[in-house]
Design a protein around this ligand. Sequence first.
Ligand code: NAD
Length: 476
Amino acid sequence: MLIGGELVASESGEWIDSVDPATEEVIGRIPNGDARDVARAVEAADRAWAAWNGIGVAARAEALRAFGRKMLERAEELLEVEVRDTGNTIAPMRGDVRTGVEGMNYYAGLAYELKGDTIPATPGNLHFTTREPYGVVARIVPFNHPVMFATARTAAALMAGNSVVVKPPETSSLSALILSEIARDALPPGVFNIVTGTGAGAGAPLVRHPGVKRIAFIGSVETGMAIQRMAAESAVKHVTLELGGKNPLIAFPDVDPATVIDAAIAGMNFSWQGQSCGSTSRLLLHESIHDDVVAGLVERIRAIRVGDPMDPASQMGAINSKGQYDKVLRHIANAREDGARLLAGGGRPEGEEFRKGFWVQPTLFGDVEQSMRIAQQEVFGPVLSVMKWSTLDQAITIANATDLGLTASIYANNIDDAFAAARRVRSGYVWINSVGPHYPAMPYGGMKNSGTGREEGIEEMLSYTEQKAYNLAMRK
Ligand code: NAD
């Protein structure tokens, strides 16, 4: 772990094994941090932030760029550790390190946007605002993209003059141990701290710590709600949440079925086993193209090459952990029990190489009804559900009939249909005739239970500041 600029073990002296989900082999271990380590990290962060803020925006921006350069120097090592520790396939994971570096550079470039306003509140006096950092920011990271979230999603807080305490995911924290070394060398002591450990052991004390005013969380709805409760019980805090999705891809009748099939595959993010908050896991097909799309999709899903995440030819790897694997299988069993029609996958792939490890075939369910659990609950796995609609109203009703509202994708050649649907879906991030990419500077985040707040744009940086209002009485 990194606390106050030093690489340390946990106070308890305990460790957590990190398991390669493709083989179930122990490939490393991480300190099992607890409330004592959290307290030390918050104290170190609290000592560091004022000086960090004091060096000014240009110097902070340069430090963030240096952080990015050091990440690039160790990109291959970060990539390999991340792939073996998460089970995500190697070729697309290259993008994660790059996104981390780009995040550092993007917020460094926004340095001079940390500005206030002058406000004409009265004719004779001067009224203006400045933006100040909160001080210590907690950043809690999920297991699907640990390096990317620990870097791209701390850059804004750091640029705004805060120090951070990062809590990586306990099943995939090995890359954070490399980041500890990078941060130690790139930033002043205490500005960037990393405390590994479990959610209950390290995450909860971090949320509750009175020295942490600002909490930024990416993870499940359940944990997000627990964090809001814990935060509210301990102090008045600013909490932002990036949570789950059960995202619709709505395909209109004028779209070529082959295009819809490509989009459905791309939208599922099989490269990381569907473990993506933005995955379009509900495919809403107009009845006139339904059968053609489903027939083609079954073939394509069966052809997805599942295999060793380190093999660049693999198109899908292993589920992140035993806990997650059991959850995915439970969702599949529930769908079958509720009467959804299993069209592809549904179990473990066959073959000697899949005897050990947390493997699930890419899975497709047809005849899914909105009342079924598979239509409502986020699987966070490689499971796609197909639903049918005949009118626009019906499509929108289905699309909006969950508690979640993160992303949506609309495929339509008629621009009026496309915009009518895009405007009516209750989702924070909408693609029209594309699916999946996050675009630079575009605010990302969810409506309804998918979260509060927006990240990835300038709003994220400003969300790590509070305004101070100055009123200068002019005596002449
Ligand atoms: P999770 O909620 O189980 O865990 C996320 C993090 O929270 C981990 O570091 C964990 O240790 C920590 N944690 C767990 N309990 C805690 C507690 N009581 N107090 C404080 N911290 C605690 O989520 P996960 O399984 O790691 O990630 C999957 C979820 O993340 C999915 O729901 C997915 O949709 C969501 N996600 C959302 C986004 C987004 O941008 N909206 C991005 C990626 C993932």
